[in-house]
Design a protein around this ligand. Sequence first.
Ligand code: SF4
Length: 160
Amino acid sequence: MTDDLEQFAAAVRQAATRPEVSTAITAIHQQLQERIDQRQPVCVASGKCCQFERYGHRLYVTTAEMASFLASLDRLSPPPIDTHWDRTGCPFQVGRLCGIHAIRPFGCRIFFCDPTATEWQQQEYEKFHRQIKDLHQALEIPYFYVEWRQALINLNLVSI
Ligand code: SF4
């Protein structure tokens, strides 16, 4: 593990002990859901967007989001991790669905393959990502932006 990833994992674990971090992230998720409800982009639940290598994109998460996720995941027993994960796609995908839908990261919430919503979601991504970034400063959390599987591996949430 590189120094950066070690610092990321330590910062996530520390922030996960602070309830105000999860409260703030949940509030941002709720604001985003209101924007999605207004815009109503189409999701046909194909599950393709969770197969990162096949779809040609990646999911990134921040320290505070990962801390909120970790705190929520601790309450799920056992965690719904795909034990047959082949190191591609998301280890939480179950069939075409998300096994952690209620606590999925911001990047999953804002992503829609609806071509009419591409520009809208890019604008919303930038706006909400800025809000999440600012939250790090407000709560004095070191800001990291890490690829999702890398984050899970460095927090020992999945094995390789
Ligand atoms: S967390 Fe859920 S929605 Fe996000 S990539 Fe994984 S399976 Fe898909």
